[in-house]
Write a new protein. Sequence first.
Length: 463
Amino acid sequence: MSLELEQPNLFESFEALLAKEDTLEIREFLNDQNISEVADLISEYPEYEARIIANMAIHRAASVFKILDIAQQKDIVKELPSSKTAELLNELPADDRTDFLEELPKAAIRDLIKLLDPEERKITLSLLGYPEDSVGRLMTPDYVYIYANNSMAEVFETIRKYARNSETIDVIYVIDAQGQLIDDVRIRDIILASPDKRVEDIIDGRVVSLKVNEDQENASQVFKMNNRVALPVVDENNILLGIVTIDDMLWVANEEFSEDMQKMGGTEALNEPYLDIPLLKLFRKRVMWLVILFIGELLTATAMGYFEDEIAKAVILALFIPLIISSGGNSGSQASTLIIQAMAVGEISINDWWRVLRREIISGLLLGTVLGLLGFFRVAIWHTIVPELYGPHWMMIGATVGFSLIGVVLWGTLSGSMLPIVLKRLGADPAVSSAPFVATLVDVTGLIIYFSFAYFFLQGLLL
């Protein structure tokens, strides 16, 4: 309730200052707000977004800029004077600056990098040189390091000297003379250590680090399993290159979740906000999978054509086709979604395929039996109401529907659960075995299963 009352006051105050056109008052007002409130102002008044950033203290402007959507960031940089853009980019932490630049066209990156100070330019080019989606793109070189033979007094002197520009001082990193990572020490342990102790007396050697070329998604799992707010990044020789903080990992997790949801919906990952993506690009992202799925559904039509004679002899079988194939598609979509999600959060791995298979066989049989019984009783109940609908062979028709549902649902759960694991084993993204893809696959095979049972139960009767 309090938030609903505060926001209108924030907006009204800003509008009043705009009407007065007092630049100094606007600057003081903006610098007094929380960065989240300034971000709300930018969202509410997009026509003033560049002016808002330009009228803030540069360190606060950078704090606001890095939490904005990429589309807002692009608009602001387009409108800001070059001198202000240079200030803003130089003030941004190296990892946030890299995140922004990698979303831009190459020509724009070249122009903006020219605005950076020599040292910041060197750092940025170094980070952009790492593979896309690697840990190297996320890391920041702003951290505090110490040596094993440092005394506690020397450690505190180092912290006072360098911590101001560090991304975080919750953890201090211990290196040797060659720059190799030895350990990390929590600031709490340093504060509580006796003044006569040295760093080597309080380290435990249980350091966890990331490789600079490691995939960002894998790094997210390392953070989760080790409950860290920051992790060091090293090269193949264990040289400390930088650190990655938890806020970067939260961003990665959000991006990965968005991509997986889009792929599970049967489209390519958009990689930018829906309303900001060009319409032609959105079309290209969606059309490929629609064509693939359409071709898959053509196979369903082909399968129905193959059983045309059987359908002509027993038209009643056609009534249950949508029921059969949709049940298989639904069970496959369920299984696919569950397995993809479990793989994404690290609950299962490729090596667990046999355990998954056993569980899905049992689950598929149980689920199929429930639906199969419902399908059989549906035929039986309708027969009592309209006896001529299914004729004297209603029980065989019911058995066909019931056993077909068991087979199709079982096949759907097995397909939906195994496809993501197989794709992961082949090095592909499991999310591409999306619900529409699994449903299309099960549609075709479901018809084959259905008419196979129809032959078994109805041959010599209706077929």
